[in-house]
Design a protein around this ligand. Structure first.
Ligand code: HPA
Length: 276
């Protein structure tokens, strides 16, 4: 695995000294979903460019900073802006923030993303609880020499999207009156959107949504032994399921409009989590 020990140590030291010493819950915010971090209590932020070895975020809709704060009495650390393979980043850049969270004591990781709807019953603006994923990125973040301090050479993906956390999320959604679809997230590298033929193929494979992120972080999170929960915001129906041309600006607008719903859900899940 490509994460260099010295790099991890330097990044962790900077975050400990300048942001927070420890946290229980990590959150990764996808495109257009940064608003959750702005609503935290006792909030503090540290831009990626002030953290050794953190790559800047080059995508519109991604702020590029770590934010800490309190929800339901628990300390959160939030990645406001993630890194993607399509930006040309390697897995070291994509995974370093997750490793930092782990080193700070995070036991539960909540990931969010914007995705295209592949299930014809979905519509733009829907929220989807990720039940599982299909990795069609053509690569795996754990390729390379295994770092035995991280996890096993051949980690199990059996309960990658933790069933207990999913139950908790569904309960919270019910109480809040937030409609939550459920489905399988299929990951591609992008940055081109899919062809209509690919979308049909993905549907036949069992996908409900398609996107360009999340799977590397979730594989790594499971490898580290974190409990993981994921939400997609259906930003648009995937190509061929709608006759609208796709635009990143439109994706960001649609997702941002759902920011408060997903923020409420994450707050409710965080509040219901037992402290370890
Ligand atoms: N495809 C892939 N990724 C996406 C999409 C899509 O339609 N919408 C938002 N992210």
């Amino acid at each position: 695995m490509g994460l260099r020990k010295d790099n991890v140590t330097e990044a962790v030291t900077a975050v400990r000294e300048r942001l927070c010493a420890a946290a229980e819950i990590g959150v990764v915010l996808g495109s257009g979903l940064g608003a959750f971090a702005d609503g935290l209590d006792e909030r503090a932020a540290l831009p990626y460019f002030e953290i050794p070895h953190f790559a800047p975020s080059s995508v519109a809709g991604h702020a590029g900073r770590l934010v800490t704060g309190i929800v339901g009495g628990k300390q959160l650390i939030v990645q406001q802006g993630r890194h993607h393979l399509y930006e040309g980043h390697g897995f070291e850049q994509i995974l370093l923030p997750i490793r930092v969270m782990y080193e700070l004591g995070v036991k539960t990781l909540i990931v969010t993303n914007a995705a295209g709807g592949v299930n014809a019953d979905f519509g733009a603006g829907d929220l989807m609880l990720i039940t599982n994923h299909i990795n069609l990125m053509g690569t795996n973040p754990l390729i390379g020499l295994n770092d035995d301090t991280g996890g096993p050479r051949f980690p199990d993906m059996l309960d990658a999207y933790d069933s207990g956390l999913r139950r908790l999320a569904l309960e919270a959604a019910g109480v809040l009156g937030v409609e939550l679809k459920q489905g399988v997230y299929l990951a591609v590298t992008g940055p081109s959107y899919e062809t209509a033929a690919e979308v049909l193929a993905f549907r036949a494979l069992g996908a409900d949504a398609v996107g360009m992120s999340t799977v590397p972080e979730v594989i790594y999170s499971r490898y580290l032994g974190l409990r993981t929960l994921g939400f997609s915001v259906i930003a648009n129906m995937a190509v061929g399921l709608s006759n609208q041309p796709l635009s990143h600006d439109e994706v960001i607008r649609t997702v941002a409009a759902q920011g408060e719903r997903i923020a409420k859900l994450i707050r409710a899940v965080a509040s219901r989590l037992d402290s370890p």
